[in-house]
Design a protein around this ligand. Structure first.
Ligand code: IPE
Ligand code: IPE
Ligand code: MG
Length: 242
């Protein structure tokens, strides 16, 4: 079904963001290496993309690797980087077929040439796709994103291009990785943790949150639909009365 059934029925929903958590626990509870959980997590990403397409979601953001994740064991970090390289390139034909444009919310400076090469390849190859935009937060930190935006504005101010009194929310937003992308309506986090872990701090100002104990590799299309149903029952007020 190619439609926007959820949009017709309930609160309009354009952007869903997902904190994909629980891969390590999924693996260790089965006596497997943590990296096995990450590999299995790719399957859950495919399910989520399909469910989002079916629901007519315009923007799907997934949190793949945080700035803080560099603090993990070297073999896990290396394994993840290898997984990103392999998966991102491999998935390109199927993403194009589905009409998914991919963009990375990413500090490229901290990544290897191989990884940057596969991100660029994927963005270029899928750039013409229009059905849905998939935003992948990789080497992403929300505080770092805000600091970069502030630096960009400060440089303009120092050069006399903007005056401090011109600085407003719109200007700051235009300097974030998510410039021109609507804020997430719904943020899903798996694995039972109930925190943002430095994800979209600015953009989440009025997002609805949905927490599920399901570990990321077990997340299915049905899990995504359940989250959308719950979202449809929420009353968003944006500070106003009804
Ligand atoms: C999420 O799963 C994936 C990444 C952070 C890269 P985790 O690896 O955090 O899994 P848990 O939370 O340790 O179970
Ligand atoms: C958040 O998960 C980052 C990603 C899903 C990529 P973490 O597992 O790193 O978060 P914490 O450490 O539990 O807060
Ligand atoms: Mg985790």
């Amino acid at each position: 079904m190619h439609g926007s059934n959820f949009n017709d029925m309930e609160n309009g929903i354009r952007h869903v963001a997902v904190i994909m958590d629980g891969n390590g626990r999924w693996a260790t509870s089965r006596g497997l290496e943590r990296i096995e959980g990450h590999y299995r997590g790719v399957e859950a990403v495919r399910h989520t993309i399909n469910a989002a397409l079916e629901a007519g979601i315009e923007y799907l953001t997934i949190y793949a690797f945080s700035k803080e994740n560099w603090g993990r064991q070297k073999d896990e970090v290396n394994g993840l980087m290898e997984l990103f390289c392999k998966t991102i390139s491999l998935e390109v034909p199927s993403l194009i077929e589905k009409g998914v444009r991919v963009r990375f919310l990413c500090d490229r400076a901290g990544l290897s040439e191989d990884v940057v090469g596969s991100l660029d390849y994927c963005e270029n190859k899928t750039g013409h796709c229009e059905r849905m935009t998939l935003l992948v937060a990789l080497n992403y930190g929300a505080r770092d994103e805000i600091v970069s935006a502030v630096k960009a504005i400060a440089a303009k101010a120092a050069g006399g291009e903007v005056s401090p009194s011109d600085i407003d929310e719109k200007m700051l937003e235009s300097c974030l990785y998510t410039a021109a992308i609507p804020d997430p309506d719904l943020i899903i986090r798996t694995s039972g943790e109930q925190r943002l872990s430095n994800f979209l701090l600015w953009q989440a100002a009025y997002s609805e949150f949905y927490f599920t104990p399901v570990l990321w590799p077990d997340f299915t299309e049905e899990s995504f639909r359940e989250a959308l149903c719950e979202f449809g029952r929420r009353k968003r007020r944006f500070g106003k009365t009804e």
